[in-house]
Design a protein around this ligand. Structure first.
Ligand SMILES: *[C@@H]1O[C@H](CO)[C@@H](O)[C@H](O)[C@H]1NC(C)=O
Ligand SMILES: *[C@@H]1O[C@H](CO)[C@@H](O)[C@H](O)[C@H]1NC(C)=O
Ligand SMILES: *[C@@H]1O[C@H](CO)[C@@H](O)[C@H](O)[C@H]1NC(C)=O
Ligand SMILES: *[C@@H]1O[C@H](CO)[C@@H](O)[C@H](O)[C@H]1NC(C)=O
Length: 225
């Protein structure tokens, strides 16, 4: 009997502990539908991985202690994991979205990630961690803000600008993966994309016409520490 009482107490304690790490802290819910789209970041139409039809995917913008819940639906033709790069998974290592701690989400299936972000104020990003899919996109930014009671060691910025820069190949990730599997070098990337967009036409010979490029509006005198 005593044993059961101790056991019951223990179960209650565990329940309390589990409660403690979520109780009171806000939740932020996201739905991610991961699918292929056709896009031409470097002027060549190609298969790109989008989240909710967009490349890059939506920004996750949360504050320390938020519970982040992301329902990921896999509309690709191969398995998928989304990795929250750099986000410390405290007591939730199985939410990290990498092979070994997570089973891949099969095509046509969905899976809901849930984890709490702690005092890691800064800029992070998420990306698909399997099958070289990141080379085709599927990524987006992940911001963890400070709570109002935690001061930051600089003036409050006037704005928050997200810039995702990466190498880009006009070959799709399947083709790139095949090349790597065959022991071939991928060679120089075909270009660099900024927020999923290609280069500004700084030279009409080197950069083809009609490429969409990123513009960022800044105002003189505004604070961008
Ligand atoms: C990916 O690239 C390969 C090799 O170029 C091509 O055969 C295939 O059709 C491409 N897949 C898609 C969906 O664009
Ligand atoms: C799949 O998505 C549905 C709603 O779209 C949700 O109710 C369900 O919990 C999700 N399943 C998993 C395993 O995340
Ligand atoms: C993120 O949210 C904060 C407020 O919580 C806002 O000040 C900031 O501009 C947002 N950043 C982006 C990139 O949306
Ligand atoms: C554009 O690039 C070509 C090839 O490198 C070069 O010959 C040309 O001078 C460049 N044009 C300008 C306006 O810089």
């Amino acid at each position: 009997m005593a044993f059961y009482r101790v056991l019951a107490l223990f179960v209650v304690c565990i329940a309390l502990l589990v409660n403690l790490c979520f109780a009171g802290d806000p939740f932020a819910f996201f739905n991610f539908e991961v699918s292929y789209i056709t896009a031409s970041p470097l002027g060549v139409p190609q298969q790109v991985i989008a989240v909710n039809g967009k490349f890059p995917g939506p920004t996750i913008n949360v504050t320390t202690n938020y519970n982040v819940v992301v329902n990921v639906r896999n509309k690709l033709d191969e398995s998928l994991l989304i990795h929250w790069s750099g986000v410390q998974q405290r007591r939730s290592s199985w939410q990290d979205g990498v092979l070994g701690t997570n089973c891949p989400i099969p095509p046509k299936w969905n899976w809901t990630y849930q984890f709490q972000v702690k005092d890691q104020i800064g800029s992070f990003f998420y990306f698909p961690s399997l099958h070289f899919q990141r080379a085709s996109g599927g990524y987006g930014s992940f911001i963890i803000n400070n709570r109002a009671i935690i001061p930051i060691p600089f003036a409050t910025p006037d704005g928050d600008i997200t810039i995702l820069i990466g190498d880009w190949y006009t070959r799709n990730h399947t083709a790139l993966r095949k090349a790597l599997d065959a022991g071939k070098d991928l060679g120089m990337p075909d270009g660099v994309v900024i927020n999923g967009k290609g280069p500004y036409q700084y030279n009409t010979t080197l950069v083809p016409d009609g490429i969409d490029y990123e513009t960022i509006e800044v105002h003189p005198g505004e604070c961008c520490t």
